[in-house]
Design a protein around this ligand. Structure first.
Ligand SMILES: Nc1ncnc2c1ncn2[C@@H]1O[C@H](COP(=O)(O)OP(=O)(O)OP(=O)(O)O)[C@@H](O)[C@H]1O
Ligand SMILES: [Mg+2]
Length: 502
């Protein structure tokens, strides 16, 4: 071993019943470098880094930290060695404050009582360092996914990590927040912290990393020096085939004379005076910064949050969905952004999850037609490439990206007239993204309407017919396909927002 490496994983193998998650993966992390780890959904990235924290025990292989060899890590050993991980699915407690979450499992004490004041002070320091405004007293459940993520990052920083492993940290953040996070990551590197950075966004990888390791199907493929790598090369190494196009072409299919959904002066859940129309065959993009009110608007339309004033019209008739169930019956579906909380029954099978919203349709006198259930699930497994040995697999055993695909499949199967996607490709690899975009194209081609919330401007511009921009719970601008422009978009997105970011 050379002193060059702070962390080395050698020939790691991990078997689960019926699945070999990692066949043989080796990884070497240098002191003070940012090593990007990339690969398709289900390639084994999360499993590999969980071996570094002790959350997963490898079937075989060696782990070396500063030259000391271990067969396996334990959470305690990892902590002693200064290894901190920010997981893809955060492990926070919704009912506790940001400060309490930051000190989860290791509270600051004064005598025998917990010293909340001290924890709040320390949390504040960590947030200041990240230049993010979070009230340490705020309950986790009241924070957006973006801010919850920031608490996780602050937690690692507060613990003085020497090796920081980040599993898709940017996925739920908006561009401004990503910038703040990059600054912090770069600062940590300059202080000698070594970082493993997992992301599906190649532009980030190029900006941030020193080297890039690619894995595919649980196997080590290659490690490249970032400066010498190209996008095409990386995609090729990841998917094992050529891929040139990012957004599938779509024949224009908007039916301009057919308004499916209309909001007239809708107030609710913080949103103010929202007016909009969505047509049949249209993909309407909804952009803005985290906290702009995009998710809230979606929840009002979906009956998950109360509407306080204004009118929602569906096919010209006023509707007032009071619950998601009602919204679904009316023909409105919402594919939510936070899959852990709202999206899936993690303990149930893939088949069951996909079948859930359509049980009524596929049942006769209360008996579910199992064949239809299976065929439907099988169809989507093929269409969007859900990587699993069997449809009976529990959703919680799937990789993050594949869980997202199950939720997408579930709502697509519901066959609604208006489908609202909240960050549909968060954490989805390049190949599967393309398949999801194709499905969205198929939906609108068949006359359905899509409202797509996304924090990726590229994705909004690549997929929408029209983009509405929200800031502080109001629509601040509208962009037509012919004049999509990222700078104009950002002007609208930060229109009234003042003192919120940075
Ligand atoms: N507890 C488990 N039981 C069974 N299979 C598992 C379990 N955990 C992971 N797997 C399987 O191991 C493989 C690798 O999953 P992993 O989560 O490491 O992928 P990933 O590269 O992080 O993907 P993503 O980009 O979607 O997050 C997948 O096929 C997954 O289904
Ligand atoms: Mg993962």
């Amino acid at each position: 071993m050379s002193d060059e490496y702070v962390l080395e994983l050698e020939h790691i193998r991990k078997e689960y019943p019926g699945v070999v998650a990692l066949k043989d993966v080796t990884l070497q992390l240098k002191k003070g470098e940012i090593l990007a780890l990339i690969g398709e959904n289900g390639a084994g990235k999360s499993t590999l880094i969980k071996c570094c924290s002790g959350a997963v025990v490898p079937t075989s292989g060696k782990i070396r930290v500063n030259g000391k060899e271990y067969d396996r890590m334990t959470p305690q050993l990892a902590a002693e060695n200064g290894i901190a991980i920010i997981y893809q699915e955060f492990n926070n407690v919704a009912e506790l404050s940001a400060a309490e979450n930051l000190f989860l499992g290791r509270p600051i004490r004064k005598g025998i009582t917990v010293d909340f004041k001290a924890m709040e002070r320390e949390a504040q320091k960590a947030f200041d360092q990240l230049r993010i405004k979070i009230n340490p007293k705020a309950l986790m459940k009241d924070l957006t996914v973006g801010f919850q993520q920031m608490v996780e990052i602050a937690k690692a920083i507060q613990q003085d990590a020497k090796v920081l492993i980040m599993d898709e940290p940017s996925a739920p953040l908006t561009s401004n927040e990503v910038e703040s996070m990059f600054r912090v990551v770069e600062l940590l590197r300059s202080q000698g912290v070594s970082i493993i950075y997992i992301s599906h966004r190649l532009e980030e990888i190029f900006r941030l990393s020193d080297r890039i390791e690619v894995i595919r199907d649980g196997e080590y493929i290659d490690t490249l020096i970032t400066k010498e790598a190209t996008v095409d090369e990386l995609i090729h190494l990841m998917v094992g085939r050529e891929m040139t196009q990012q957004y599938p072409a779509r024949e224009p299919c908007i039916q301009n004379d057919k308004v499916v959904l209309e909001c007239k002066g809708v107030y609710g859940n913080g949103d103010e005076d929202i007016n909009l129309q969505i047509h049949a065959g249209e993909v309407l993009g909804l952009g803005g910064l985290v906290g702009a009110g995009r998710t809230e608007l979606a929840e009002v339309l979906f009956g998950a949050k109360p509407k306080e004033a204004g009118q929602i019209l569906l096919n010209g008739k006023e509707i007032n969905p009071k619950s998601p169930r009602e919204a679904i019956d009316l023909g409105i579906a919402l594919v939510p952004e936070d899959r852990k909380r709202h999206g899936a029954l993690l303990g149930s099978s893939i088949k069951h999850n996909i079948g859930m919203p359509i049980y009524e349709r596929i049942s006769t006198s209360g008996v579910i037609n199992r064949k239809v259930e299976k065929d439907t699930a099988e169809q989507y497994r093929k269409d969007i490439q859900i990587k699993t040995p069997t449809l009976d697999q529990k959703v919680k055993n799937l990789s993050g990206g594949n869980q997202q695909k199950v939720i997408l499949a579930k709502w697509l199967a519901a066959n609604c007239q208006l489908i609202i996607f909240d960050e549909p490709t968060r954490g989805i690899d390049v190949g599967a993204k393309y398949e999801i975009y194709k499905l969205i194209n198929d939906l609108v081609a068949s006359g359905k309407s899509v409202l797509m919330i996304s924090s990726e401007i590229e994705e909004l511009m690549g997929m929408s017919d029209r983009i509405l921009v929200l800031a502080e719970h109001r629509i601040t601008g509208e962009l037509q396909k012919t004049d999509f422009n990222a700078d104009v978009f950002m002007t609208y997105a930060s229109a009234i927002v003042d003192g919120q970011e940075n």
